[in-house]
Design a binder for this molecule. Structure first.
Ligand SMILES: O=C(O)[C@H](O)[C@@H](O)[C@H](O)[C@H](O)COP(=O)(O)O
Length: 255
C-alpha cells in the first residue's frame, strides 16, 4: 500500500490557476502509478463544482497516454439527487468534462441510482461501497473500519463546506454511516447524498483544490493564525494519510 510521508499536511500556493491545474495533474498521475502498481487498482473520489475543470490537464499528454485508466474506479464524494442527465448532476459534470474523454471502463464508474429517493440512493451507494470493499477494489481502514479510498479530490465552498457537509449541520457529527443524505442543503439543489467524515478521514490521500478569491475567507479561517471556536467543515478534514492543499494565489490572498 502506498504510504504517505510522515508530514501529514502540505499547503501549496500557485501563482496562477493554470499552474495549479498542472501540478494537480502531476500529483494525481503519480498517485495513480503508485497505486496501480502496488494494488492493481486506484480508487478516486470526485467532488462536483470547479474541481472538474481543475483536472483538465489529465486529458493532455503525457497523462492521457501514460495513466492506466482501466485500473481507475471512480466515485462521488457527494451527488445531487437529480437524474443523471440533469444540469445539476455531479455525474453529468464529471462525465461531460472528464470521464467521457478518458478510457475509464464504464463499469468502474459508480454513479448514484437516480431512480431512488435521497435516503434510498444513500443506502444503495453505501451497499455498493460495501460490495467493493469485500472485493478489495476499495481498501478498508484497519484503524477506523471505514473504507479507505486511495485519493479524494475535494473542493470547498465559500462557506467552508466540503462534500455536502455544511457549517452547523447535524450531518457533521454522523459517525456510523458511510453515506448519508440531506434534504435541506443550503446550496441548491436541496436533496443530496454525501460521504460522511469518518469515510473522508480514512483516506490515504486527500487533495483540497481551492480556486478563486471567493474562497479566500474560508481558507484564511482554516489556515490563518486566528482561531475560530466552531470549526468549519473544511477544518474537520484530517485524513489517516496525507492532506495537500492546492491553492491558487487568489484563494490564498488572505493568508
Ligand atoms: O455538489 C456540490 O455542490 C459539490 O460537490 C460541492 O461539494 C463542491 O465540491 C463544493 O461546493 C465546492 O464547489 P466549488 O469548487 O464550485 O466552489
Amino acid at each position: 500500500m502506498a504510504t504517505p510521508s510522515t508530514d501529514k499536511k502540505n499547503v501549496e500556493v500557485f501563482d496562477t490557476e493554470e499552474d495549479q491545474a498542472v501540478s494537480l495533474a502531476k500529483y494525481t498521475a503519480n498517485l495513480s502509478n503508485q497505486f496501480c502498481k502496488e494494488r492493481g487498482a486506484f480508487s478516486v473520489v470526485l467532488s462536483g463544482g470547479s474541481l472538474i475543470n481543475s483536472l483538465r490537464k489529465l486529458l493532455e499528454p503525457p497523462y492521457i497516454d501514460s495513466i492506466e485508466w482501466s485500473k481507475w474506479h471512480v466515485f462521488w464524494l457527494d451527488e445531487r439527487v437529480v437524474p443523471k442527465d440533469h444540469e445539476d448532476s455531479n455525474y453529468k459534470l464529471a462525465n461531460d468534462g472528464f470521464l467521457s474523454k478518458v478510457p475509464i471502463l464504464p463499469g468502474n464508474v459508480y454513479a448514484i441510482n437516480d431512480k431512488l429517493s435521497a435516503e434510498g440512493a444513500a443506502d444503495d451507494y453505501e451497499a455498493c461501497l460495501k460490495n467493493l470493499v469485500n472485493r478489495n477494489v476499495i481498501a478498508l481502514s484497519e484503524a477506523s473500519g471505514f473504507p479507505k479510498f486511495d485519493l479524494m479530490l475535494l473542493g470547498m465552498g465559500p462557506d467552508g463546506h466540503v462534500a455536502s457537509l455544511f457549517p452547523g449541520h447535524p450531518l457533521l457529527q454522523e459517525n456510523e454511516k458511510w453515506v448519508t443524505f440531506i434534504k435541506d442543503s443550503p446550496k441548491p439543489p436541496p436533496e443530496r447524498i454525501t460521504f460522511t467524515f469518518p469515510v473522508i478521514n480514512s483516506s490515504t490521500y486527500i487533495a483540497l483544490v481551492i480556486t478563486g478569491a471567493g474562497e479566500a475567507g474560508a481558507v484564511q479561517t482554516a489556515l490563518g493564525k486566528s482561531k475560530n471556536s466552531v470549526k468549519l467543515p473544511v477544518q474537520m478534514v484530517s485524513p489517516e494519510g496525507k492532506l495537500t492543499w492546492f491553492l491558487d494565489k487568489d484563494a490564498a490572498s488572505k493568508l
